[in-house]
Design a protein around this ligand. Structure first.
Ligand SMILES: [Zn+2]
Length: 96
C-alpha cells in the first residue's frame, strides 16, 4: 500500500521534475543505463514490467518509491544519489 503510494508520487515527480533533468545529456545517459540494466534483470526473470512505451517512467516511479519510503537507504551510485537528493528536496518542500 505505502509502496504503491510512493510509486504514484514517483509518477508525479517524474512528470514535474525528471523531464527537466533529462535535458542534461550526462544525467540522461546515466539514468538510461540504470534503466536498461533493471529492465534486462526483469526480463531475465521473465517479467515484461518495464517493456513498452512507459517502461522508463515505471522504473523511475519504482525507484522513487524505494527511496521516498526509506530515507536511510544507502545510495551506492550516482543514479541512487540523484533519487535520494530528489526525495530530500520533496520532503523539504512539503514540511517547510
Ligand atoms: Zn506506475
Amino acid at each position: 500500500m505505502l509502496r504503491a503510494l510512493g510509486h504514484e508520487i514517483g509518477h508525479g515527480v517524474y512528470r514535474h521534475e525528471l523531464e527537466r533533468s533529462l535535458e542534461i545529456p550526462q544525467l540522461k545517459k546515466l539514468l538510461d543505463n540504470a534503466f536498461a540494466k533493471a529492465k534486462k534483470a526483469l526480463q531475465d526473470q521473465g517479467s515484461t514490467k518495464y517493456d513498452g512505451k512507459f517502461g522508463f517512467e515505471e522504473w523511475y516511479a519504482d525507484q522513487y518509491s524505494v527511496y521516498a519510503l526509506d530515507p536511510d537507504q544507502k545510495a551506492t551510485n550516482f543514479v541512487q544519489s540523484y533519487l535520494t537528493y530528489y526525495t530530500k528536496i520533496k520532503k523539504i518542500l512539503r514540511y517547510s
